[in-house]
Design a protein around this ligand. Structure first.
Ligand SMILES: Cc1ncc(COP(=O)(O)O)c(C=O)c1O
Length: 389
């Protein structure tokens, strides 16, 4: 009976998805990318192998970091979890992180039994981590700080690096939104001791599911490679080339956080095109800005970031008429989202602490559709609704 009800509601959801006039996101997979995946399928080697290795090297070049310092993993969460584990986080260690973020960092730190302190957003217009609140909560006892570059817009890296020098915490960048965004000319995700990327379906780069971990120190790369593969001191690609090796052993209590050649082939092919795709997102950003410029009832987050050097993962407006707008979007079949419900308001992570800026943001922000293939006429339709409130 319950199963039948679930199936019925799934059917309804699917029907609604196809009724939507403007989806929130549409992944774009080119013929070249499909052909790259087919090639791997036909090669008879689909698990982690040389395609993944090539893809990691390609990613490092874009990130402008040392060769051999990126490790492909199964998703953004596993990259974050490994980063925390390699940072040595264990029971009761203090970890700071933003209150406005996807829940992955919080879950990872909780899995490690860390003591988590949440930090408010910079302002009611900027969801990135507040340096003022951070300074209040920092001490020499803090083991790690996680920052997330919201929508691909940089946190205040100069201030964060100064604080890192003073307090000596491990800096972990959640760079899942920031595919090759820049801060003062340097690529985000290359500042921290560790950095995590997600290649989930709605990300600027996708392999359907997938992730990348960047480790500043070479010794952490070696550990990550072992931990992501059950703790084994070998992998099946080496087996293929060397047959069973006599020193086969399990050195760590590991995980299965692997990324395979099939997904890596899609990712690798997408990396070749990322500048063009990010540029098309920039054009979407400009088009929204143009269509909304007379509207005094909304403001656009990060609208002053006018150069083409950000990933533009999100396009977020802020309005006191959020509920009304949501109603209108639903009626007209416009999909939207909200990034994010503050972590301290999620049932499983609830706290009574006050975070005025994140609370204000949650009440007032709406994420609008943004993707390279979003056409001007659709943007106009969306803006027409926004301009009617
Ligand atoms: C900011 C942020 N952090 C972490 C994650 C987790 O990535 P994944 O879903 O690949 O585990 C996501 C993805 O949704 C994200 O947007």
């Amino acid at each position: 009976m319950v199963h039948k009800i679930i199936l019925k509601s799934q059917k309804k959801i699917l029907k609604n998805i196809f009724m939507v006039k403007v989806p929130y996101f549409v992944p774009e997979i080119s013929a070249k990318e499909i052909s790259a995946v087919s090639k791997v399928l036909n090669s008879k080697w689909i698990s982690a192998g040389k395609i993944l290795l090539k893809c990691e090297r390609k990613f490092e070049k874009k990130l402008k970091v040392n060769q051999g310092h990126c490790v492909g993993v199964s998703n953004g969460y596993s990259a974050l979890y490994l980063a925390m584990l390699l940072a040595g986080i264990k029971k009761n260690d203090i970890v700071l992180m933003p209150n406005i973020n996807f829940v992955a960092s919080m879950n990872a730190a909780k899995q490690l039994d860390a003591k988590i302190k949440l930090i408010d957003s910079e302002s009611a217009f900027n969801p990135n981590i507040s340096i003022t609140d951070l300074k209040k909560k920092l001490s020499k006892k803090v083991k790690a700080l996680v920052v997330m570059h919201y929508g691909g817009y940089p946190c205040d890296m100069d201030e964060l690096l100064k604080l890192k020098k003073k307090y000596k915490f491990t800096l972990i960048e959640d760079s899942c939104h920031a595919i090759f965004s820049k801060y003062k000319g340097k690529i985000l995700g290359s500042f921290g001791d560790f950095s995590a990327f997600s290649f989930y379906a709605n990300k600027n780069l996708t392999s359907s599911e997938g992730g990348m971990l960047y480790c500043k120190k070479a010794k952490d790369v070696s550990k990550a490679k072992i931990l992501k593969n059950h703790g084994l001191n070998t992998n099946s690609f080496l087996h293929k080339n060397q047959s069973f090796h006599a020193r086969y052993d399990v050195e760590q209590v590991g995980f299965n956080f692997r990324l395979d050649d099939l997904r890596a082939s899609l990712l690798s092919s997408q990396i070749d095109n990322i500048e063009k795709k990010n540029y098309l997102r920039f054009k979407v950003f400009l088009e929204y800005k143009k269509n909304l410029k007379e509207n005094k009832k909304i403001s656009i987050l990060f609208s002053e970031f006018s150069k083409n050097e950000f990933s533009r993962h999100l396009f977020v407006i802020k309005t006191n008429f959020k509920k009304l707008l949501e109603k209108k979007f639903k009626k007209k079949g416009i999909s939207y989202s909200c990034h994010y419900k503050p972590i301290n308001q999620l049932s499983v992570h609830k706290t009574k602490e006050k975070f005025p800026n994140s609370e204000n943001l949650f009440k007032t922000i709406i994420s609008l559709p943004i993707y390279p293939g979003l056409k001007k006429n659709k943007i106009k339709d969306i803006c027409k609704i926004i301009n009617s409130i």
